[in-house]
Write a protein that binds this ligand. Structure first.
Ligand SMILES: *Cc1c(COP(=O)(O)O)cnc(C)c1O
Length: 396
């Protein structure tokens, strides 16, 4: 092994461990449901993005198996050669209907969807105004595009207006985009889309909303853009199929021309093999389930409200979430990790999230209640939170 590489890896790993920033990976045995098994212990799971419980849904499992029988396990090629199966087309039509747009295109993951779409649309003659709390995949997509990246203070409309004006009036850029998460996953707050649309109109900004945590959750399931009734105003809606939808993949929804362009310019569409038949079929079923009924969506919100109320009554700082995402803000990194570790020993799996995912000193244990949790599970979790909170002096 290269000595230089070896020294680099050792010093990086030691540095992270000393600062309490090294993340230990937990292996889940069996399904990722409202309870999970880790190293032989059954734990109440408050850390997955499986908002609606669809990851283990019986009907989805059944149709996925049927798709393996009818189409095989792999799609065989990239979309532009012969990896576009009838299932992919059916999925994309369904997604467009769900999102209220002319068309949609699916990708292999949400992460690669952002890299694909941002890079395809923006280039080095352009500028991207980007909310400072945007997801890593947006940041990487922006970097890949080689556009000028202008960080905008989190949900600060005055800062956005000022920077948009400056960028547009400078005459330095061909196109200017504003890109934001629909729902911010670390705090559970929602982008101010009506104000954003106003500012975008004023300065002719391209608008791009990453609704990874909004789809299935906001707008009766159809997402944050639909929640505000802005389907015709937001240029590019991106979403993931890996969170509320419960499977894997990502998509962009928008005009037919936008989608036509992405199918010739988005690199992961051109150079990476398409979604498997089983995944694709399961996603179609998931989207249909959301379109048919708001039952799972309603249950998710009921559970989210219940957990928030319980934690607040115990005296925890749960921030200002507007969605079922429930952060429990502890502060210091090491204490946050200790808190999460003690929860796990007592039977609750709620992962700590610390710098660099969130700013230093705002370490938190983030709770993701789902439609699949029962009241008993949530009550049990609250009891454990109370015990650990008192033990570590986080609540009195
Ligand atoms: C999770 C997430 C992604 C990535 O989606 P995957 O399908 O998991 O790759 C992109 N953007 C945001 C805001 C996310 O939260």
């Amino acid at each position: 092994m290269s000595k230089i590489l070896n020294d680099f890896l050792t010093s990086q790993l030691n540095g992270l461990k000393e600062q309490g920033l090294y993340n230990e990976i937990n292996v889940v045995t069996g399904p990722n449901g409202p309870k999970i098994n880790i190293e032989g212990n059954d734990l109440i799971n408050l850390s997955s993005n499986n908002y609606l419980g669809l990851a283990t849904h019986e009907k989805l499992k059944e149709v996925a198996k049927q798709a393996i029988d009818s189409h095989g396990v792999g799609s065989g090629a990239v979309r532009t050669i012969n990896g576009t199966l009838d299932l992919h087309v059916e999925l994309e039509n369904k997604l467009a209907e769900f999102k209220g747009t002319e068309a949609a295109v699916a990708f292999q993951s949400g992460f690669n969807c952002n890299m694909a779409a941002i890079q395809a649309i923006m280039n080095k003659e352009d500028a991207i105004l980007s909310d400072e709390l945007n997801h890593a995949s947006i940041i990487d997509g922006c970097r890949l595009s080689r556009a000028k990246i202008i960080r905008v203070k989190h949900s600060d409309m005055d800062d956005l207006r000022m920077k948009a004006k400056e960028a547009v009036e400078s005459g330095n850029y061909n196109k200017v985009m504003y890109i934001t998460d629909g729902v911010f996953s670390m705090d559970g707050d929602v982008a101010l889309l009506p104000e954003i649309v106003e500012i975008a109109k004023e300065f002719d900004l391209i608008t791009y909303v990453d609704d990874a945590h909004g789809s299935g959750v906001m707008g009766k399931g159809a997402g944050t853009v639909k929640h505000f009734g802005l389907e015709k105003e937001i240029d590019i809606q991106m979403g993931t199929l890996s969170k509320a939808i419960g499977v894997v993949g990502g998509y962009v929804a928008g005009t037919q021309e936008l989608i036509d362009y992405l199918t010739v310019a988005a690199r992961p569409f051109l150079f990476s093999t398409s979604l498997t038949p089983a995944d694709t079929r399961a996603i179609i079923e998931a989207v249909q389930t959301l379109m048919d009924s708001t039952e799972l969506h309603d249950k998710l919100w009921e559970n989210g409200d219940y957990l928030k109320k319980g934690l607040k009554e115990l005296g925890f700082n749960i921030g200002n979430s507007e969605t079922p995402i429930t952060p429990c803000i502890i502060g210091e990194e090491k204490l946050t990790q200790e808190f999460s570790k003690r929860l796990m020993e007592e039977g609750v799996y709620a992962k700590s999230i610390v710098f660099p995912t969130v700013p230093r000193g705002t370490g938190r244990v983030r709770n993701m209640p789902t439609a699949a949790h029962t009241k008993e599970m949530l009550d049990e979790a609250l009891k454990i939170y109370e015990k650990v909170g008192k033990e570590l002096g986080v609540i009195s």
